[in-house]
Design a protein around this ligand. Structure first.
Ligand SMILES: *Cc1c(COP(=O)(O)O)cnc(C)c1O
Length: 356
């Protein structure tokens, strides 16, 4: 048997997640992974690298709980929110039997993690304005153990209706967990459902330090849920999911000064987003600029592949969303520094034949 034939059938046919890093590109304006444009600086304080780290470093857990307004027992820390997505499937879904449900267009890792673990992917497209199609979800819940929804949603940038989320939780009660991915919640903090944990034993909230905290390279994320859910996830998590330096830096990012800095960053991004959206709207190559509650904006172009390629060749790397259901002609642009936003607009004006 070839090595290829020895692999599990679903792994042989698996299309891995097309991460921004994997897609490559040569540029100096990276607007394809919703990263912050500037690296925060930290000093390592923990020097005990001869020892294994704690599985759930208490300072990180306590600070995140205080920040999120939940109890420390309701917090699990992991190697990014992506690990949280996978741990939930490993703890709750029987391969070849159970299913996860999600609503495209949305984040790609729900499907990739399910496929990797041999768990059925059930998709229910969102409505025309990217809200939950509750009747269709209700009809498709057989064998579903996890429902992933994303708010603000990547890549569309919209927030899900709070009443719809309550209705979804009612539909799923006793059958499935509802996982609300709040990777971008700092850009729209009023819409968090973390405060609902007391009301719903089957609610799970995903968070990350990768976006508003500007720490994508740290690989640190959080799962918020009630204790019975957290206890199950702790059974399947790796013994040492965070290295000592990661826990050290995460604790610093979550102290009072770290949270203040994060909020300043969010305000700067909101200003740049407003500037970019206003500058994009009148351009002839732009068909539609969608509202955004996050650190990126989705834009429909008249000739998206040409726009993507032209900017790519100039070292301005955007994210092509054209293949997602309902997003033909759409590119996602991360909100960078004001200078980066200006470079995008200048490149698009040149492409439209507008002289500066
Ligand atoms: C970026 C992102 C994540 C992944 O976060 P990490 O903590 O970097 O793994 C999860 N969900 C959504 C919607 C994201 O955009």
């Amino acid at each position: 048997m070839s090595i290829e034939q020895l692999a599990r059938a679903n792994v042989r046919t698996l299309t891995p997640y097309q991460s921004a890093r994997r897609l490559g590109g040569k540029g100096d304006v990276w607007l394809n992974a919703n990263e912050f444009f500037q690296a925060p600086e930290f000093q390592l304080t923990a020097q005990t690298l001869n020892r294994y780290p704690e599985c759930q470093p208490p300072v990180v857990i306590e600070r995140y709980a205080a920040y999120a307004g939940v109890k420390p027992e309701q917090v699990l820390v992991s190697r990014g929110a992506d690990e949280g997505i996978e741990l939930l499937i490993r703890a709750f879904c029987e391969p070849g039997q159970d299913a996860v449900l999600y609503c495209p267009p949305t984040y790609g890792m729900y499907g990739v993690s399910a496929e990797t673990l041999g768990v059925e992917r059930r998709t229910v497209p969102s409505t025309a304005n990217w809200q939950l199609d509750l009747p269709a979800i209700a009809e498709n819940l057989s064998r579903v153990k996890l429902i992933y929804v994303c708010s603000p949603n990547n890549p569309t940038g919209n927030v899900l209706d709070a009443d719809d989320l309550r209705k979804l939780l009612a539909l799923a009660a006793g059958k499935a967990l509802v996982v609300v991915d709040e990777a971008y919640i700092e850009f729209n903090p009023g819409s968090t459902v973390a405060g609902w944990l007391a009301d719903y034993p089957h609610l799970v909230v995903l968070r990350t330090l990768s976006k508003a905290f500007a720490l994508a390279g740290l690989r640190c994320g959080f799962t918020l849920a009630n204790e019975p859910v957290i206890a199950l996830l702790l059974k399947v998590i790796a013994p040492y999911p965070l290295s000592t330096p990661v826990a050290d830096i995460a604790a610093q990012a979550l102290d009072d000064a770290g949270i203040d800095t994060m909020r300043e960053r969010v305000a700067e991004i909101a200003e740049n987003r407003a500037w970019l959206m206003a500058a994009l709207a009148p351009l002839p190559c732009v068909e539609q600029v969608f509202d955004s509650a996050s650190n990126y904006v989705l834009v429909r172009f008249a000739a998206a592949s040409n726009v993507f390629k032209t900017l790519w060749d100039q070292g301005i790397i955007l994210r092509d969303q054209n293949k997602q259901p309902g997003l033909s002609g759409c590119l996602r642009i991360t909100i960078g520094s004001r200078g980066e936003c200006q470079q995008v607009v200048a490149a698009l004006r040149a492409l439209s034949g507008i002289n500066e």
